[in-house]
Design a protein around this ligand. Structure first.
Ligand code: DX5
Ligand code: ZN
Length: 217
């Protein structure tokens, strides 16, 4: 599995050091949570932080946009050095157009589903995307508990992928630790985001190593 540490729980005063630590520990992705205070009840940062981190890291920058009308910001994220942009299907009226635009800008695309959104709602765009993010908590905050009821949706996304011979990755985000990562993997997830588990206990290096180990079992 690909481990994607989320900088939402990192030390913002020492962001460069935290990013370096997770890269050295074997993470391949860096999950960057963008919140606008409208789509979710929280504010984080924008493309300027992506741009500042870009020269410091070779990690794959996975930008999770929890914003209304994500189409407005795609160009800025591409210019900042994002490798992938994830847009919530609940946040745009034009998912197909947004995904096409992400590809035109040279980035990988991802469609994101809240816990309350069914796979059915995203079915038309599944053949177009590089990745599907199944939220395993309601988005907005780090440190929430993994919602067990999302596991069947991970399995559904994997079943649909196989049945239709599609190639998307299945990412999970929210409440991932050394136990829930195993549940998500067994259901079909291929990328695991982890925020508080990585940055809020011991060192990020130790925590990443534990996740890598757990995801191999
Ligand atoms: C939540 C964010 C997550 C968050 C996960 O809305 O999308 O990426 O950082 O945090 P944990 O791993 O603490 O649940
Ligand atoms: Zn996220």
């Amino acid at each position: 599995m690909i481990i994607a540490p989320s900088i939402l729980s990192a030390d913002f005063a020492n962001l460069a050091a935290d990013v370096k630590a997770v890269e050295e520990a074997g993470a391949k992705y860096l999950h960057i949570d963008i919140m606008d205070g409208h789509f979710v009840d929280n504010l984080t940062f924008g493309p300027n932080v992506v741009k500042a981190l870009r020269p410091l890291s070779n990690l794959f920058f996975d930008c999770h946009l929890m914003v209304e009308n994500p189409e407005k910001y795609l160009q800025d994220f591409a210019a900042a050095g994002a490798d992938l942009v994830g847009v919530h299907i609940e946040a745009t009226k034009h998912a197909h157009r947004v995904i096409s635009k992400i590809h035109q800008l040279g980035m990988k695309s991802e469609i994101v589903l809240n816990p309350g959104t069914s796979i059915e709602f995203a079915k038309e765009v599944l053949p177009l995307v590089d990745s599907v993010l199944i939220m395993t908590v309601d988005p907005g905050f780090g440190g929430q508990a993994f919602l067990e009821e999302t596991v069947s949706k991970i399995a559904e996304a994997e079943k649909y992928r196989k049945e239709h011979n599609l190639n998307y990755q299945i990412e999970v985000d929210g409440g991932i630790n050394d136990q829930t990562i195993k549940t998500a993997k067994a259901a079909g997830a291929t990328i695991a985001v982890a925020g508080s588990y990585v940055f809020s206990q011991n060192t990020p290096e130790e925590q990443i190593k534990k996740l890598i180990e757990a995801s191999k079992q």
